[in-house]
Design a protein around this ligand. Structure first.
Ligand SMILES: [Mn+2]
Length: 331
């Protein structure tokens, strides 16, 4: 893979390196940043790992997370190289990090999104990789940098979160091989599982309970949805992070093709998440409301009253499903 060789060359010749990832970072973003960051620290580089805002609390278990800095904490603003991970384009980085990167000698872009804009001086973009963490592991093996248990735990987290613990469609034989290699290097999979999936707060389960009270199903049983009001969110004491995973419940119902979660994040402002199982392109559905995403996972924001938004969006979803079925998309 030629582009990885080019990445390796830039990293090898640079000492002061700025590393970052996208805003609202997920497990792949933080795991890849820390996995590669720790490896470069271990090989004697002067590395600064920066995120535009503090990372979500759920990822604070990741080894090395205490090394993450905010842009305001940086002791220098001059870098020989910038490394951007899991990021489709520079505008996704946030804060003043794009300007900082512009001033860096060379920008390295390591990502797996098909929509990546190839904004780097060197671009290691592999849409076949299920997680950016997979590409990072390849890079470390290529550069001959030892993969310590801490690095392996970070990259294992990247892989687990972006494949939904090997359940999503993007899971490949390569993912399982990567996981096997990371376990051999000492990834602490019990810690990862425990910290990702068994640390729910009581308030987040109470919010789920309130949401489940609203679970509804379309007549044909193909659309299931839940609607969480602003009062539910306020009275549960939850923040937006606590809503993570709730969308999986309506989607998990037998016979359902589309799961929808409505969250009234502010009075009169409703965030809508769509998940489909097999054939409905929810990216197109969300786009009809000014949103977007992927074929099987997308979202949008609409204004107005919660009940009205539910009625309107369910009706439109039914139309999209009818069209998809007429086009022979039904399995
Ligand atoms: Mn990713």
């Amino acid at each position: 893979m030629g582009s990885l060789d080019a990445v390796a060359r830039i990293i090898e010749k640079s000492n002061k390196i700025l590393m970052t990832t996208h805003v609202n970072p997920d497990g792949d973003a933080v795991g890849s940043l820390l996995g590669l960051g720790l490896a470069l620290v271990n090989s004697g580089k002067d590395v600064m790992m920066v995120t535009a805002a503090p990372i979500p609390a759920v990822y604070q278990y990741l080894p090395g997370s205490e090394l993450l800095q905010l842009p305001s904490m940086l002791s220098t603003r001059e870098f020989e190289a910038g490394v951007v991970l899991d990021c489709t384009d520079l505008s996704r980085i946030g804060g003043d990090l794009p300007e900082l990167l512009n001033g860096a000698g060379s920008v390295v872009n390591i990502d797996h999104h098909i929509s990546n804009t190839h904004f780097g001086d060197v671009n290691a973009v592999d849409p076949k990789a299920a997680a950016t963490g997979e590409i990072v592991l390849d890079l470390l093996l290529l550069m001959g940098i030892p993969v310590t248990p801490d690095i392996a735990t970070n990259l294992y987290t990247a892989l687990i979160t972006d494949t939904g613990s090997f359940r999503h469609q993007n899971t490949t034989a390569r993912c399982h091989r990567t996981a096997a290699v990371l376990l051999e290097y000492g990834a602490d999979h019990v810690l990862v599982h425990n910290c990702l999936y068994e640390q729910r707060t009581l308030s987040s389960l109470m919010l789920l309970k309130a949401g489940l009270e609203t679970l509804s199903l379309s007549k044909d049983g193909r659309i299931a949805w839940m609607a969480i009001s602003y009062e539910d969110i306020l009275s549960s004491g939850c923040n937006m992070e606590d809503c993570e995973g709730i969308i999986d419940y309506p989607k998990s119902l037998r016979g359902v093709e589309v799961g929808i979660l409505f969250k009234e994040v502010k009075p009169g402002e409703i965030k809508v998440s769509f998940r489909s199982k097999q054939y409905l392109d929810v990216n197109r559905l969300a786009a009809s409301f000014g949103g977007g995403g992927h074929e099987r996972a997308a979202g949008c924001t609409v204004k107005g009253n919660l009940a009205d938004a539910v009625a309107m969006i369910v009706r439109t979803t039914e139309e999209h499903l009818r069209l998809a079925m007429n086009n022979g998309g039904v399995s």
